[in-house]
Design a protein around this ligand. Sequence first.
Ligand SMILES: [Fe+2]
Length: 575
Amino acid sequence: MIILGLSGALNHDASAALLIDGEIVAAAEEERFIREKHAKNRMPLNAARFCLAFAGIDARDIDIVAYPYAPIGLGSPARWHYAKRHWYAPDRALDALLNGNRRYRRNRGRVLVMGTALGIDWSTTRFVPVEHHLAHASSSYHLSGFTERTAILGVDGKGEYATTFFGYGEGGRIHKIKELYDPDSISGVYGAMTEYLGFEMLDGEYKVMGMAPYGDAARHDLSRLFRPVRGEVEVDTRYVNTVGLRRYREDGVGYYFSRKLVDWLGPRRTDESLDEPFVHYAASLQKLFEDTCLHLVDTHLGAILAETGKLAFAGGGALNVKLNQRLIARADVKELFVQPAAGDSGTALGAATYVAAGCGENLSRMQHVYLGPVFSTDECQRALRAIAAPLESVRLEDVPRETARLLAEGNPVAWFQGRMEFGPRALGARSILGCPSVAGIADRINAQIKFRERWRPFCPSVLDRVAPQVIQSHHPAPFMTITFDVAESWKRRIPEVVHRDGTARVQVVEQATNPRYYALLEQMEALTGDAVVLNTSLNRQGEPIVCTPADALAMFVGSDLEYLVLEDLLVTKRR
Ligand SMILES: [Fe+2]
């Protein structure tokens, strides 16, 4: 059966994923093709075209289009909860009751139009909507490879109405235990506070998390923002997750927090500094988020975890790597699987897998994220010839060995290899690499291309046989979705990839899923003694990760980077 999953229902992170007989053949985010981060208000037409072309199939061959947004009946508590809690904005409250599936109908219409543009024949291809949180749940549970009863956690801003999901998977089926509904969204509060702390929602959450270790959570009590009560959470919408007239506005921009929050905490942060009181707010928010999630997991998933210890997690909140570290530290969690595309782009995969599982197809553990476009060295050469820039290139005899030499000499190297990653993390296909024992390499990468706040951590990729020594754990970590405490001896060896709190968000690299990256790490070990590289995404600030050789070359020319390894080619700038 051929199933095309699409995302973008919440007007960001449009993506496409193609499943053929239960196998993920291709998946990609629209932002990479249109070169606009998060592809806001876009449908995933280019991503879907790529998936079909990669698989060599025609749009008319698609059996089902699965979409992670479904109608919610008036019998569901979701719409009533929304209406009751938005009493202060009666137009919204009434709309939820009288016309609560308007957004679904609009979404469906957009998918039908896009499908027609793609060449789908809707008389033979079925459109199947999947509830947003069931899609997130499926993207983690059905791709976890867990065969026992598995606790499922979903934390994100908001789907149709649900914001937080607790359930379990058993025998390939997903069962709901409990949902929280808008405006009671802990992830939404994190997003609103991200805005208050001077960052943009969808990207800034990582920055708040990176800022938190610089502050003292005990300095400010933010618990009035929301409180967990007997397995429920009630957000105080007088401060955050506000809509309508309660929203704080500044220079014509509306925020998801209120004037009352500003009166309480002071003016929002507007500069790049790492100052008080904002670092303490970040620390306090992070702690409140973690504590609340853990409390809710206790309440709703504790019994299942006590039984099997297996936990699957998705939704934007699952990208909170510090929370994930605390989840795996729980005595009742034996293994945590986090969907690497935990944000909304992963719901394309989730909707497709949900439908596939319902049709009885076998799904197996997601081993890697290399699901995007791939380019041959010849195609790279053609892209190089097409660009009018003073560049030189040589074909490398041994790509891992010669790249390792450049890295060990203290150079940042742009690394473009194989199929592009699906999900927000660069995992050794579209990366900028550095040697983490070279003092100042992080600063050098920042100076040459990244220009990001120096206090934000860079992350390591580690060879699998060395990883347990570095992170003091045997827990799987292929996707940079969990932080670990770095062993004391390794903190001194690879200081450039250890965060202020002594943790690192590692990627453990296995030979089977990325042999060339693995070989590079082996060469690093031979040259430096440490089978570790600093790995950050291949993009300029504010741009999506590069997709094509042309994107990589344009980025390279527009930066101060000196070395680009483009498949088998080493590209340098003519002096
Ligand atoms: Fe979502």
